[in-house]
Design a protein around this ligand. Sequence first.
Ligand code: ZN
Length: 445
Amino acid sequence: MLIVTFGAVVTATLATVLWLGTPSSYSKHPPVASVNPEPAEIAQETVASESPAIIEEPVVTAPQPIVAERTVRSGDTLMALLVKTGVARTEAHDAITALTKVYDPRDIRPGLQLTVTRHAPAAEAVPLLQHLDLLVDPIRRVSVRRDNAGTFKAEAIDKPLTTRASRAAGEIQSSLYVAGTRAGLPANTLARMIRIFSYDVDFQRDVQPGDSFDIMFERMHDDAGTPVAEGEILIAEMVLSGKKIRMYRHEADDGTVDYFDAKGRSSRKALTLTPIDGARISSGYGRRKHPILGYTKMHRGTDFAAPSGTPVYAAGNGTIEKAGRNGSYGRYIRIRHSGNYKTAYAHLRGYAKGIKSGRRVSQGQVIGYVGTSGRSTGPHLHYEILRGNKQINPKKLNLPSGRTLMGKELAQFNAMRNTLEDRYATLPTTTQMAKDDLQPASGPR
Ligand SMILES: [Zn+2]
C-alpha cells in the first residue's frame, strides 16, 4: 500500500532554483515567443475626390516575421543552429556574444528549445535577426533581442515558482527504488533520501520486504501547477525490520545543513555503510545473478550489486593511500581516515578524475565507478572497512555520531522540529493502492 499526499503549505517566489529534473521534463513545448506583428504598412486606399471611381493602388504587404523553432540535438552548437535557420554568421556571432552575459552558450544541450525570429525591415530586404529565445530549463528562459538602435541585448527570465510540501510514503515489497517511484518520489529526492540514511543503513542487505519509508519534501511548481524542480527533504523516515529511524533537516547558523534525529544527533558519521548511489543497487532478493555477500569469515567485506558505471563515493574524509591494480581486487582504491580506519573499494571499472595516492578526498566525493575488474563474477562494489590493516565487520562498527546539538542550538532545533511535525500532520492523505509487482528490480540506468 502506498500513501501519497500533496498539500499546499508554503508559497515563495524563487529567483533562481537549482534545476534537478530529468531531460524528459523539459520536452514540454514552450510557449512560442510572442511576436508582435508590426501593423502592416498597407498603403492607404486613396479616394480621389474628383473622381467617383476608387483608384486601387497596389497593396504593399510588409514582410512578416519569420519564426523558426528548433530542438537542440546532440552535437549542435548555437552558432550552427542560428546559421541553419538563416541567420547571417556575423549577426549570429553578435547575438551569441550578447547572450554570454546571461548564459554560457557552451551549456547548450540536447532537448533545449530554441526560437529564432527574423524580420525584414522592408520588402525585399534581407531578414535580420530580431530575437532569439532559449528555454534553458523549465523555469529559466534566456533571450537576445535587437533594440531600436540595432544592438543585441540579452536577458534572463525566471518563472515565479511556488514551493509546496509533499509527503510520500510506501511499503517496500521488491525494492526501495520501485516503491519510491510508485509513491511519486522524484528520482533525485529518492537518491538524497538514501544518502541521508547511508551512514546507518547498508542498502544492499538491510532493506527487506515489508520495510517502509515516509518522507516530507518540497517541490517547486510553475504557475500551471507543474512540478519543475525539487526542493529540500524536510523529514525522512525509514522503518527497517521494525526499527524506526526518523530524521529532520536542520540548518545551522553558519548555513550548513544536516539531518538530525529527534534527540538532535546528526545522521552523519565518520564513515558510511553504503558508499555508492543507493538507488542503483540491484535488489538483494529476487535477483541472484551472483551471490550478494555480507561480511563473513570467508568474505571480509560487503558487496553491493549495481550497474557498471554507478558512482562510488568516499565513505569518509581521508587521503588516498592506493589507487591502482591490486591482484584479484582488480582496480582498487584504499583511503586512510582518522582514528586508524581505512576503507577499500574493489573491482572498479575506473577511477574518478584526479584520484591518485596522496590526494585528499571528502566524504561523499565520487572516487570511482562500479565495474567487474579482477576476480569478479559481475558488476559490483566490494567494500571493506579496515582498522589498522585488518578488515572489520561494518555492522560491528560503532562510530560516534558526527555531532550532537546542544543548548541554544538544540532548543532551536526542537522548535523547528515541532513546526515540521505540525506541517507534516496537516498534509492530507490520499491512499493509493499500488501493487508492487515483485519483479526483480534494478535501479535506474
Ligand atoms: Zn566481495
